[in-house]
Design a protein around this ligand. Structure first.
Ligand code: OAD
Length: 267
């Protein structure tokens, strides 16, 4: 594909930007798909309501239970062909490879991408933070069961691991809707800098609803560099790519198109 050849002949990173669609074929429900709600008592919550600092302050135990259940789903999932293609891309492209992911499931690094070149801009569901230790993150305590049924609530044991005697809670290491990106925790500047230097941006499996990914796609489009968008459904990013001077939209599945694109980039 000529687009790939032009990108490889230029200088700068090949930036891959991934979203929940990349992990969908591993069995992890997407955010805005039909399964993306959560019940607390008789109330149905959407992720946009629950994944907030405000909700955590109001009902920390319920928010934790939601994350512990989702952590179990993520851990049970295995990397798919799209994840493995990105491992191959890093192996071949080396320092020219940058992966910016919105996924908190950890599947890219579990598949074999390096933590140094994988910017987890929305955090990692396997980590927690104590608010008084910013920006330090820690793995969740091993005593918390990984297999967490949907209806399970926090017990004394988990409460003791997630809350200090004074009452301070540890929180999941994820970016919430009422919070902002930063560099130490979420690699904001590194991601923007990579987009400004990139020779090509490849966007896969995201609805285009969050601000840093939108900024990356906007930068790519304004710079006129090759911009490839692989997505099952139309999104603001497929629209931008369709109008970009060097844009290409591939409607379909990540496991089908991403390995094919990576083959073009890696020979
Ligand atoms: P969404 O659930 O919003 O969008 C998933 C996108 O993937 C949709 O556009 C689908 O059409 C597409 N898709 C689904 N299955 C696919 C497949 N097999 N192959 C290709 N595309 C597929 O998920 P995100 O865009 O990742 O943020 O959501 C972005 C962020 O919003 C999340 O990281 C999360 C959420 O709020 C935070 O937690 C801060």
């Amino acid at each position: 594909m000529e687009l790939c050849e032009r990108a490889l002949a230029a200088h700068g990173p090949i930036l891959f930007l991934t979203g929940a669609g990349v992990s969908a074929e591993s069995g992890i429900p997407t955010f805005r798909g039909a399964e993306g709600y959560w019940q607390v008592g008789s109330e149905n919550y959407h992720p946009e309501d629950l994944a907030t600092n405000a909700a955590f302050r109001r009902m920390p135990e319920e928010v934790w239970a939601w994350y512990l259940y989702r952590r179990g789903v993520c851990r049970a999932a295995r990397p798919n062909a799209a994840h493995l293609a990105l491992v191959e891309a890093e192996r071949t492209l080396g320092e020219r490879f940058v992966l910016v992911t919105q996924n908190v499931d950890g599947l890219h690094v579990r598949a074999g991408n390096s933590p140094e070149r994988t910017f987890c801009i929305h955090g990692n569901i396997d980590l927690l933070r104590w608010t008084d230790e910013h920006p330090r993150t820690r793995p969740l305590p091993e005593a918390i069961p990984v297999d967490w049924p949907k209806a399970r609530r926090l017990g004394e044991a988990e409460r003791a691991l997630l809350q200090r005697p004074g009452g301070t809670w540890a929180r999941p290491h994820v970016l919430w809707f009422d919070e902002s990106y930063d560099e130490p925790l979420f690699r904001f500047e590194s991601s923007v800098s990579a987009a400004r230097r990139a020779a090509m941006v490849v966007v896969v499996g995201t609805s285009g609803a969050t601000t840093l990914p939108s900024l990356i796609v906007e930068i790519a489009s304004q710079r006129g560099i090759p911009l490839v968008c692989i997505n099952r459904d139309p999104s603001p990013f497929t629209e931008t790519a369709a109008q970009a001077p060097e844009g290409l939209v591939l409607f379909g599945s990540a496991t089908e198109y991403l390995p094919a694109l990576v083959r073009c980039l890696t020979g």
